[in-house]
Design a protein around this ligand. Sequence first.
Ligand SMILES: Cc1cc2nc3c(=O)[nH]c(=O)nc-3n(C[C@H](O)[C@H](O)[C@H](O)COP(=O)(O)OP(=O)(O)OC[C@H]3O[C@@H](n4cnc5c(N)ncnc54)[C@H](O)[C@@H]3O)c2cc1C
Ligand code: SF4
Length: 330
Amino acid sequence: MLILPEFKLERPKSLAEALDAARRADGKCDFLGGGTDLLCNYKWGINTRPVVISLRGIAEMNRRDGRRVGGGVTLASLERDADFLDAFPGFRGALARLASPLIRETGTVAGNILLDTRCIWLNQTEFARKALGNCLKADGPECRVVKGSTDRCYANYSGDTAPLFMVHGASARLASPRGERSVPLTSFFRIDGITRFVKERDEVLVSLDMPPDAAEIRSSYQKLRVREAWDFAEVATAVGVRFDGPASKKRIGELRIVANAVASIPLWLEDVAKPFAGRTLDEATIDAIGDSVTAAVQPVRATWLPPSYRKQMAGVMAKRALREIAAGVA
Ligand SMILES: Cc1cc2nc3c(=O)[nH]c(=O)nc-3n(C[C@H](O)[C@H](O)[C@H](O)COP(=O)(O)OP(=O)(O)OC[C@H]3O[C@@H](n4cnc5c(N)ncnc54)[C@H](O)[C@@H]3O)c2cc1C
Ligand code: SF4
């Protein structure tokens, strides 16, 4: 049986109290949303800290207010939010295939964006990790997936909502004792499985904010996983299209693509997408976009399925998403 290590649990009732608790902990703390990721990692003894600050009691973070989605909103309540899903239908499929209904009742939007990177070497019990040999991300000298890497971890990012928030142009609103700032999600992540993002340890992810034109983007998210009942993505692709003129004409005004679960961050494929502006979204264009996605990604062996297969499937997922958008389903 896996047992939680001891830690001090703080339960602030306001953002100010949460930030004060983080200041008192002097960086030796983690914030807690639903705990469906953090507490699993604690049970595995991965990077535990002596203070855990629960954000569940902060009312302002637990609601959606127009285009602002509070970090504490649960995935299940977003899934039941008809207005949100009507505006951003791509989330419907993504949320339905994210973990399990029980986990979605507990897991939060912020926790999902900040989901820790995963790796078949690391996400094991402490006993197994010691037997295999510790790695760079937890107490070891070097990466075991990319041998010889002593300064970068290649663990896989597989949060399912970040790619969709990215194609809709969302920003992360962060609060710390130094004040508030807003960071576009496309520049929020850092390509390293340990550092992961620009958020500082004492910063709370208060909300995800969509821009005024977010609902003009038609989006779809396609995900490949080993077990269809519930599982993390082995590869997934989010696509967003802003049509130039009526959608029935299918002329691409702007194309946005995020390849997910093929690197330590959701990959914003701006250079892949740009050349397709002005083209008609027909089968030839869909094939060409899918092939460009496949060419652009370079997964490594941090998950169960072989990297060469996941590379091919990144393009296949892009094509499926584009066909959904072209058919007006998404
Ligand atoms: C069996 C199983 C299957 C799963 N399958 C999937 C899947 O298919 N797709 C998927 O995306 N995820 C999956 N997950 C992972 C997880 O359940 C979800 O990502 C969930 O949304 C995490 O949210 P949480 O609130 O529980 O996060 P927590 O565990 O509370 O936190 C996750 C991280 O975010 C930090 N954090 C949380 N909230 C904030 C905040 N507001 N500000 C600052 N830091 C914060 C925590 O410190 C921690 O580092 C799965 C988990 C399990 C156990
Ligand atoms: S990618 Fe390398 S450093 Fe990162 S968790 Fe896996 S083995 Fe460890």
